[in-house]
Design a protein around this ligand. Structure first.
Ligand code: NAD
Length: 381
């Protein structure tokens, strides 16, 4: 069977789902590999490198889709791409099935199988396929780099002949995968880093990374907002008020805020209000990684950088992984390769779409002419 990767059609998307390195590994599973000409260029992978790795370079999307049994891509398919699916094909990509019901129905109507990389169950065995975490890690790192690029001072404190430079103070709100990556990057750059999360169990992890956990003066901290299989749930009004009061108190002293707070299947909670922005010093920076879900900061504009009247830069970009396309393509292509390994137990270049396998079942949203989303809960942790 042949695995093909087309050039992404979403405007500005620089990532690619197959690299020369991942193609070598896919060939070891018995597959032939094909790439649309130019598909890797924006991520730094040239056609020649693919050809050297034994990948067929195909000219034109239609020829690529026609010739491949498995299509591996990054973004959900466009309507035109779904039109190129046929009953014998397997599509693997991010899909966001809950938001893209019509697209999922269209793919199912074609009889194609679809694996959504955003639906890979977050169980230990599936970590190597967890593309959400791969991308969140990059977003967290890049958020700090982007903040530094828009901040007029050093992160680390210095004593120089020309004077003493105070360290920057960074607050990371939400210490999930992206938040922890941001914390690690910020402390590595020498900033005094604070972090807050509604899940108090992350405090130890935050502190072990050299950051300071922001504790609330709130009796129920230990359980509020913390239940729900490791994910955050909605906080009580009292807890939310205590959190906002704490942020309001520290806002004038913080130079950079990186917000990453999300609650699955909900709009992002509003945690950084206009009066907090107003209280920040000119030159301060806010990077809102929750912009796509409405933003944690009241003033964030999705996909935009704005500067407020009091000189605070607020960045709501939603394409941080694409801004580091070489790194994100490498990790994503590896996640795809691991998915293909699970789908190819006999290493014979043939897909065994085993719906009894928790991970494959969980991620499959269309199979044998049927929508298979949402999946049953995974049996193992
Ligand atoms: P996420 O992107 O859904 O949320 C980001 C963070 O925001 C979370 O830590 C959440 O607690 C926090 N948050 C929500 N509301 C908040 C508020 N009001 N104030 C402050 N913080 C708030 O989370 P994620 O990065 O996808 O990961 C969350 C959980 O999933 C963690 O328990 C993590 O260990 C787990 N996880 C497991 C696996 C795996 O086992 N394969 C992989 C990734 C993540």
């Amino acid at each position: 069977m042949k695995i093909g990767t087309p050039k992404e059609v979403f405007d500005g998307e620089a990532r690619v789902a197959m690299t020369p390195e991942s193609a070598r590994m896919l060939q070891k599973l018995g597959y032939d590999c094909a790439i649309e000409a130019g598909a890797g260029v924006a991520a730094g992978f040239m056609d020649e490198a693919y050809a050297e790795a034994g990948v067929e370079v195909v000219h034109g999307a239609e020829a690529l889709w026609r010739g491949a049994d498995v299509i591996a891509k990054v973004r959900p398919p466009s309507d035109a791409e779904v039109g190129m699916l046929t009953a014998d094909k397997l599509l693997i990509s991010f899909f966001w099935p809950a938001q893209n019901g019509d697209l999922m129905q269209a793919a199912a109507n074609k009889g194609a199988s679809v694996i959504a990389m955003d639906m890979v169950p977050r169980i230990s065995r599936a970590q190597k396929m967890d593309a959400l975490s791969s991308m969140a890690n990059i977003a967290g790192y890049r958020a700090v780099i982007e903040a530094g690029n828009n901040f007029g001072r050093f992160f680390t404190g210095q004593i120089t002949a020309a004077g003493k430079v105070p360290p920057a103070k960074v607050l990371v709100v939400g210490a999930g995968v992206a938040g922890l990556a941001a914390i690690g990057t910020s402390t590595a750059l020498g900033a005094i880093t604070y972090a807050f999360d509604v899940r108090p169990e992350v405090a130890e992890q935050v502190e072990s990374m050299g950051a300071e956990f922001v504790y609330l003066d709130f009796e129920e901290t230990a359980k509020d907002g913390a239940e729900s299989g490791g994910y955050a749930s909605v906080s009580s009004p009292e807890f939310a008020a205590a959190q906002l009061a704490k942020f309001r108190e520290i806002a004038p002293d913080i130079d950079i805020v990186i917000t990453t707070a999300l609650i699955p299947n909900r709009e992002a909670p509003e945690l950084w209000t206009k009066d907090m922005v107003d209280a920040m010093k000119p030159g301060s920076v806010i990077i809102d990684l929750a912009a796509e879900k409405g933003g944690n900061c009241k003033l964030t504009v999705m996909d935009q950088k704005i500067v407020t009247d009091n000189g605070v830069t607020i960045i709501g970009y939603t394409d941080f992984p694409s801004r580091m396309a070489t790194q994100s393509s490498t990790l994503y292509a590896t996640n795809i390769r691991h998915m293909m390994t699970d789908l190819t137990p006999d290493k014979d270049g043939r897909v065994n779409h085993n719906m009894e396998d928790d991970v494959i079942r969980g991620a499959t949203i269309a199979h044998a002419n049927e929508i298979t989303f949402p999946p049953p809960p995974p049996k193992v942790k």
